[in-house]
Design a protein around this ligand. Structure first.
Ligand SMILES: Nc1ncnc2c1ncn2[C@@H]1O[C@H](COP(=O)(O)OP(=O)(O)O)[C@@H](O)[C@H]1O
Ligand SMILES: Nc1ccn([C@H]2C[C@H](O)[C@@H](COP(=O)(O)OP(=O)(O)O)O2)c(=O)n1
Ligand SMILES: [Mg+2]
Length: 232
């Protein structure tokens, strides 16, 4: 709790963040995640082991997360998947989310963090892979403020652009954003916003950069030692 308050007061000094902060402050007042009120969930923030999984579109985040789940027993929360589920559920925010995704942009952070928070609350596991999040500084700060936690480690799948484009165009999952126009926009957003987050965690000593070229198995052999070292 003290960390939550400290980071919020630092943010309040920034007037450019004020509007976003009003929403965040409201959320915090209603936030029940891991609070003492949630009697049925014995987990506390300090019990959690949170991994953020970063990388450009098509870098193989989802594919490697499935292998980590299988081998190390984590819960996989894909931010994009949660947003796609929200669209499919005919939520009032569905069309806003759909248009944002089609346009290669990032959905307002409070929406995404709320969806992640809900899944974390429902889980009895304490080890989370949060895939495709945070994608920008606003995402990062919203998680820190609303959930009140920092990631323990951050994976970054580093993949050449042409390989990412090739993989996305071959993905064949019927996604509205798997087309050349959207992928070009997504790559611009990735370079402009996500790499700042990567640098932030690198400076904090939390980043594990993985060469995301080669076969799925070869890449997993680079991922495996990271999780083997954190048997939590
Ligand atoms: N190492 C790899 N080599 C070739 N194709 C891959 C590799 N890893 C994943 N793929 C394929 O590339 C596409 C994108 O992978 P995915 O895991 O969805 O990436 P991300 O979640 O980072 O967008 C999928 O169709 C997946 O099967
Ligand atoms: N933190 C996030 C994650 C995803 N989104 C939106 C915007 C992204 O382009 C889409 C798809 O994300 P997803 O992680 O599923 O995409 P990739 O697996 O990297 O191809 O969802 C978002 O707005 N904010
Ligand atoms: Mg994915």
């Amino acid at each position: 709790m003290w960390r939550r308050v400290a980071s919020l007061s630092a943010l309040i000094s920034s007037t450019s963040n004020r509007c976003f902060l009003d929403q965040v402050a409201y959320r915090m007042s209603t936030c029940k995640l891991f609070s003492s009120e949630v009697k049925e969930n014995p987990l506390t923030l300090k019990d959690l082991f949170i991994t953020f999984v970063l990388g450009g579109p098509g870098s193989g985040k989802g594919t490697q997360c499935a292998k980590i789940v299988e081998t190390f027993g984590y819960v996989h929360l894909s931010a994009g998947e949660l947003l796609r589920r929200e669209i499919a559920s005919n939520s009032e925010y569905g069309s806003m989310i759909l248009n944002t995704i089609k346009d290669g942009k990032i959905v307002p952070s409070e929406m995404t963090v709320r969806l992640i928070q809900k899944e974390m609350e429902l889980s009895n596991n304490h080890k989370f892979l949060i895939d495709g999040f945070p994608r920008n500084e606003e995402n990062r700060i919203a998680f820190e403020t609303i959930i009140g936690a920092d990631p323990d480690i951050v994976l970054f799948f580093n993949c050449p652009e042409e390989e990412m484009v090739k993989r996305v165009l071959n993905r064949n999952q019927g996604r509205v954003d798997d087309n050349i126009e959207t992928i070009k926009k997504r790559l611009k957003v990735f370079k402009a916003s996500n790499l700042l987050v990567v640098d932030y965690y690198s400076d904090k000593g939390k980043l594990f950069e993985i060469d995301a070229t080669g076969t799925e198995e070869e890449i997993f052999e680079r991922v495996r030692p990271v999780f083997a070292a954190f048997q939590v």
